[in-house]
Design a protein around this ligand. Structure first.
Ligand SMILES: N[C@@H](CCC(=O)N[C@@H](CS)C(=O)NCC(=O)O)C(=O)O
Length: 208
């Protein structure tokens, strides 16, 4: 099994966490994202949309190349069901998948807008947009907070919902958004619980 990824990319980290949670051996192939490798013809044969992560697997008797992190997470779950990262009942599974989707659809956008602070010169910042993005991130955390009141994870036990969110939330404080976490204690406790997991620690893009 091979995973194409880049250390500062959010979405491949979901897959790297799941691989470690399930103890799946996988070669991790670092792509030169800043150098434009995802735009090259060779990479486009793996993912015509030019995005990481991409997983290539020949282990199940058929050869498959999969892109889109959530599709990869579901594939790993079906191929390696133990330990389970989806709850058993249909309702809990639906809630898990709902959260997997909301993480990418509604949180990744504002987070990327906020993170322009880290990757562009200050003179080029759109401060008004960054402030709006921070408000949107806070509003998203407000939706998660009631789910975390009195329980450590989003749905029952640690699941793909937590994995989908982990790369988006675990480094909010390091990115200048500590105040958003501190003002929402259930979210802060959840993030600390996630950050303590070996799979999350081992995949952190930041120095320990
Ligand atoms: N919906 C995709 C999003 C993947 C994505 O946004 N990948 C970014 C890195 S986190 C990427 O490869 N960007 C290509 C580029 O910047 O050239 C997924 O969940 O896998």
């Amino acid at each position: 099994m091979r995973l194409y990824w880049h250390p500062f990319s959010i979405f491949p980290r979901r897959v790297r966490i799941a691989l470690r949670e399930k103890g799946i051996a996988c070669e991790e192939v670092e792509i030169d994202l800043p150098g434009g490798a995802t735009r090259g013809a060779e990479f486009r044969r793996l993912n015509p949309f030019g995005q990481v992560p991409v997983l290539a697997d020949e282990s199940g008797g058929e050869s498959i190349v999969i892109y889109e992190s959530l599709a990869i997470l579901e594939y790993l779950e079906e191929r390696h069901p133990a330990p389970p990262l989806l709850p058993r009942g249909p309702a809990a599974r639906a809630r898990t998948r709902q959260l997997m989707l909301t993480s990418g659809d509604y949180l990744a956008g504002p987070l990327k807008r906020w993170l322009t602070r880290l990757f562009t010169p200050e003179a080029a910042w759109d401060r008004a947009d960054q402030e709006r993005a921070a408000v949107e991130i806070g509003e998203h955390l407000d939706v998660l907070a009631p789910l975390l009141a009195g329980q450590p994870y989003l749905v029952d036990d640690f699941s793909l919902a937590d994995i989908a969110y982990a790369p988006l939330v675990c480094d909010l404080a390091a990115c200048g958004l500590a105040h958003l976490v501190q003002s929402r204690p259930p979210v802060g406790a959840w993030i600390e619980t996630l950050r303590a997991r070996p799979s999350v620690r081992a995949t952190s893009p930041l120095p320990a």
